[in-house]
Design a protein around this ligand. Sequence first.
Ligand SMILES: C[S@@+](CC[C@H](N)C(=O)[O-])C[C@H]1O[C@@H](n2cnc3c(N)ncnc32)[C@H](O)[C@@H]1O
Length: 494
Amino acid sequence: MILEKKRRIEFGDFQTPDTLAVHLCEHLYRLGLRPDTIIEPTCGVGAFVLAAAHTFTDARKVFGFEVNETYLGMLRARLVNDPVAARVQIEHADFFATDWEAKTNAMNGRLLVVGNFPWVTNATQGTIGGKNLPVKSNCLGFSGFDAISGKANFDISEWMLLDVLRWLSVRGGDVAMLIKTSVARKVLAHAERRRYPVMDAAIIEIDAKKHFGASVNACLLVIQLDIGVSASYDYTVFKSLEDRQGRRVGHRYGLTVSDLDTFHACASLVGQSPQKWRSGIKHDASAVMELTRCASSYENGFGESVELEDLYLFPLLKGSDIGSNKEWREKFVLVTQRTVGEDTSPIQSHAPRTWAYLQDHADQLDARRSRIYSKNPRFSVFGVGDYAFKPWRIAICGLYKALKFRLVPPMDGRPVMFDDTVYYLSFDTEDDACQTLAIIESHNATDLLLSLIFWDEKRPIKTSILNVLDWSQLQEEKSAIAVTEKNRSSLPMT
Ligand SMILES: C[S@@+](CC[C@H](N)C(=O)[O-])C[C@H]1O[C@@H](n2cnc3c(N)ncnc32)[C@H](O)[C@@H]1O
């Protein structure tokens, strides 16, 4: 049983229900796809092989490939007495060991590659000791440290789909694949970077909970490639098979725009934020660096009661506090530097108890895995600079699925710090913070930001999005209105 569970994880095994495969193939037919040859590269027990063979009755051949012999046996049994069997050919194949170019070169006419690739990531393979991976390790072009350490995480389906696009891009053809929506977007961005000859593309959202019992945002990704026509990289996202209108999505200024119509309507606000959005403090040692005030002492994450000077302690609001608008819970964080790379040894004379506490927990702090710590003074933190010590803030948590900014005043007479899931702007005065908040919460600013956010992402709100809102444009509009109103009130009464 445990072995069977491991196999299902390693092979990303989520067989598509027959009814869903039929609905999807019929939808592709309605979209106008008319393949001569159909390929299901990881066909399992054959839901798509059968649905495609029955829907695309003009297709001369339907090929089903699969690594699991038992599934191929089941598919063979399903084909007995089925009139489509004469057009269906099934073969045992490991996707990663197959020379797809050679195989498809021998196939005639327009190709449709359809199906549902394995649902598993390379990181999961690492955890369970799975071997179902591409041989080439840096296949997705990861750079630097991630590539060397092999740390970069990717979905196996992403690798497979990019491979399909690579060989279809030189001959044309259609792809229709059930896939995670986040992977679909990455694949479309990749197709644009590579200037593949995409004629049209769509993401049709699927209820993965209903059909697969999986809590993931999934879709049918359809890409039509045609040699010799001018490529177009905007695509349509449909909320379901019944959604006839959809919304246009595309890439502008290096950003993926989730709603092109709204984005174009607010295009005058696209630029550079007058102040850079910053992330909260990064220290990778919350049990040591984060403390809760209890009476006259502080308690750390190990439950130890400690007495520290105030000098390096700052009130802390965590991402969850910001995201769910909670009150301050008397939490503090040790901020050992005012700028990145600053020498930490003066803590010894300025705050001897704090220094002793850091020394006592040096083992945990020295063991922080990221290389940035070993290259910097001992006990370093990141996310510091002049901006981190200004008293007033506007903050938002990147992990929450709401565009909700929060004005954060100083607490206990000190600027409030955040963890690194929070993005913020900082100000010297309450007035400046309140005025900016009113501007970035205005209708146009909100529309622009919303047109750039994909709510199904793990961290939907990012600095790359916040930083393109040039709110100085709105500030000017506001002051122009204010000036006109002032002028009006100072007109002589007649
Ligand atoms: C998500 S299931 C989908 C099956 C089928 N495409 C469908 O839609 O029902 C993924 C399938 O990929 C197969 N598979 C996994 N790794 C494979 C590989 N390296 N080569 C070929 N097939 C593979 C699994 O055995 C499984 O049947």
